[in-house]
Design a protein around this ligand. Sequence first.
Ligand SMILES: [Cu+2]
Length: 187
Amino acid sequence: MHKLVLNKLVLNKLVLHKLVLRTLGVCLVAGAIAVPSVAGATDYKAGTIEIANPWARAVPKGATTAAGYVTIRNTGTEVDRLNDISSPVAAKIEVHRMTMDNGVMRMRPLGGALDIKPGETVVLKPQSLHLMMTSLKQPIQKGQPFKATLVFEKAGPVEVEFSVEAVGAPGPGAHDMHNMHDMHDMH
Ligand SMILES: [Cu+2]
């Protein structure tokens, strides 16, 4: 019963998401549900910047884009800025923002660097800020982590490893929604 209700919700969101993206002609990201988990944190530290939970969603075969998520905390007293992200898996990675616009979910590049203010924790998560990897150079497959480098204005470059969760996974280490893939193929 619980599962049925959840599946229906997910399906609705997938349909909406795809329709919107198709209409706008922007990049396609695997369907999203908004229940991120904080389990299985892997922490990195550089200067006053702390990075936790880098993870990405696996994408179906042939997909050219994928979304990644990460939590960034600034424990310092000055603003820092995420200036660049790169990874061997994608030609380009940018920060995207997802917003509700008249009841329609849209996403677009942040347009400029991502600021992390003193004492602030910026959470990139499904249906919110995310890392958009485009022109994938290799498949993003469940259980096959990949490396990426986040370059901060003050903290400098930080190499992190992204875990890869199932297609449509709500968060890192969340229980496997084994039927998501089939549902994704339905439309
Ligand atoms: Cu995006």
